[in-house]
Write a protein that binds this ligand. Sequence first.
Ligand SMILES: Cc1ncc(COP(=O)(O)O)c(C=O)c1O
Length: 366
Amino acid sequence: MDYKRMPIEIESPEQLGYSNVKYNLTESSVSDALLGDLSVNLGTLKLAYGDHRGKAELRQLLAKDFPGIESDKILITAGAASALFIVATALLEKTDHLIVIHPNYASNIETPRAIGCKTDYVNLRFEDGFTFSAADIAKKIRPNTKLISLTSPHNPTGTVLDRKTLLEIADLAEQNSCFVLLDETYRDLNVHADLPGACLHKRIISVSSVSKAFGLPGLRIGWLVTQDEQLTEKFLAAKEQIFVCNSIIDEEVAYKFLLDKASRFQKISEHIEKNRKVLLSWLRSESRMEMIQPAGGVVCFPRVINGEQKNMKEFYRILNDEHKTFVAPGHWFEMPDHYMRIGFGWPAEQELKTGLQNISLALNNT
Ligand SMILES: Cc1ncc(COP(=O)(O)O)c(C=O)c1O
């Protein structure tokens, strides 16, 4: 494996130091939760190894969101990130072929790259509303295609794949004896969410976590689900070889949080809706930017109009150094820097307002 650090990690606020960031529009999750607000008593928790598949009660709770799938087909992982790593390393070798959407959450591209497998990208274009069809995937299938890697709701664009297209792609996977990885880490942030992909088709592998929708990224709890028993065993073997079991503290806290998921999410969704209005109102007044409206998640991926001709290096210098405002620049997603991901679910309302105004101020001098 040829590991390389990714700009999205090297330049992330937690690595730069939060003290340098006053207006943080880089985050793709909702505001971080406080442990003290969760009223979890961990005093009687025995710090033994946990169930290798993950805490049984947590899996049973999650299974309610996966009708038709038993809880032993759900593996708890260290965030969605480790689930994605397990899927890529369990299914792909150098001689295999992958089809992956571009741009994407960086690991969905970088881990297969580190494995060294052959890769074809389905490039999303602003002009097409960042959408693609099953025919776009079909064109790229080869005899050695092992995995089709999709993300919905999508990071960084916020687009959502419809059930018909997803099932057409899953059928393609079945006809070609390969699998579909559906990274649905933002699924709980989509009010119109369909069933998780693993319920819809036996060729779909679902990955998600508590990080984004519930503001719990520090817990490192995610899940990996497929109907396929052999695949589950293989994924479990990978999990055991990497970390045996999860932190049982993380599992306990996530379980207690999810027991009360609906009422906790009520407050979160009110905050998101307020901030979404702030974002849309700013965009209506900012004629130098254009955007495809996100359908799910709490990020969008607007671009500066005619940005190829603008000095974007200077834009980011002014934005970061003079206004202490940070967004996720295009290059975090291997895209030109006149694209930027704006996270609107994490900041407080006033922080978002000022951060967006600062983008306008930085554009004045670009
Ligand atoms: C699409 C996508 N998948 C997975 C992850 C990893 O999330 P987690 O914190 O659950 O590991 C992220 C994080 O940004 C993401 O955007």
